[in-house]
Design a protein. Structure first.
Length: 115
C-alpha cells in the first residue's frame, strides 16, 4: 500500500496550493479519503474528508470556504485545493485512506505559509 503526497511548499499569505495524493495497493474507490495536518507542537487534526464516491465532503470549520477536497477514482487520486492560505495553515499535511477499519497514511508534505 502506498499513499504519496505532493504539491506542498512555501507560499505567501493569501496564496494557493494544490496538494495531490496518489494511492495504490488497495481498493481506492471503496475508501473514504481524507487530509489531515499536524503543526509543530500540536496534535494531528482532520482537515477534510470525502466519501468513496465523492458525494459527501466534510471540512474543519477553520478551512470551510477556502479549501476544497476532491477525488478521481479512475486515477486513484485525491486532491486538496487550498486557497486564501494563512500562516496558521502551516503544517505537515497527510493523506489518509480508510477502508473498513484499516487506515493507510502517506508520509506527509510540508506546507509553509509565510511572507
Amino acid at each position: 500500500v502506498q499513499l504519496v503526497e505532493s504539491g506542498g511548499g512555501l507560499v505567501q499569505p493569501g496564496g494557493s496550493l494544490r496538494l495531490s495524493c496518489a494511492a495504490s495497493g488497495f481498493t481506492f474507490s471503496r475508501a473514504v479519503m481524507s487530509w489531515h495536518r499536524q503543526a509543530p507542537g500540536k496534535e494531528r487534526e482532520l482537515v477534510a474528508s470525502i466519501s468513496s464516491n465523492g458525494g459527501v465532503t466534510n471540512y474543519q470549520d477553520s478551512v470551510k470556504g477556502g479549501f476544497t477536497i476532491s477525488r478521481d477514482n479512475a486515477k486513484n487520486t485525491v486532491t486538496l485545493q487550498m486557497n486564501s492560505l494563512k500562516p496558521e495553515d502551516t503544517a505537515v499535511y497527510y493523506c489518509k485512506g480508510l477502508r473498513g477499519s484499516v487506515a493507510y497514511w502517506g508520509q506527509g508534505t510540508q506546507v509553509t505559509v509565510s511572507s
